[in-house]
Design a protein around this ligand. Structure first.
Ligand SMILES: [Ca+2]
Length: 161
């Protein structure tokens, strides 16, 4: 990255796309991006039409994790209703959403597979993990099939001593 962009510009780059990694003659995996470009924070594309994205990050109880998100997506195709990571302005309760009382379309996360461990992230959140397990990221929506678009989420783990 420094070779292509110079050191100063490289520190400003937030994620790498296939264009930058063409030297590998194949699409490199997300894990390889993290390995070869350790100066990048880990980031994930959250497709609004999917229920949960497995980040592959194993969280330990008590660990501090910072998450921030950008992007907008259509959470209801009919009417082209757009929202960002904090969710839709129009509030509607639905027992079928992963978090019934939180805004539709909001970015949510879960540690492990227990639905009780689901929490709201929104556009930015720092948490202390209350349990250990795999980190999943998702959208608080009871119907993902009528969505269109994605969020990009950055996950930063506090360095362990
Ligand atoms: Ca929807």
């Amino acid at each position: 990255m420094k070779k292509w962009y110079g050191k100063k510009a490289a520190t400003k780059i937030k994620y790498a796309e296939a264009f930058e990694t063409a030297d590998f003659c194949r699409q490199i995996t997300q894990e390889e991006v993290f390995t070869y470009l350790p100066m990048l924070e880990r980031s994930y594309v959250i497709d609004s039409t999917k229920d949960w994205v497995n980040t592959g990050i194993e969280i330990t109880k008590g660990e501090v994790i910072e998450m921030s998100a950008e992007g907008r997506f259509v959470w209801k195709r009919e009417g082209r209703e757009l929202c960002g990571p904090d969710g839709a302005d129009v509030y509607s309760y639905s027992a079928n959403k992963p978090m019934p009382a939180a805004s539709t379309g909001a970015l949510i996360a879960r540690i492990g597979t227990d639905a009780k461990e689901t929490f709201l992230v929104g556009s930015k959140k720092t948490i202390v993990a209350t349990t250990s397990g795999r980190l999943y990221l998702g959208i608080n929506d009871d119907k993902t099939s009528d969505n269109d678009g994605e969020y990009r989420v950055w996950v930063k783990r506090q360095q362990k001593n």
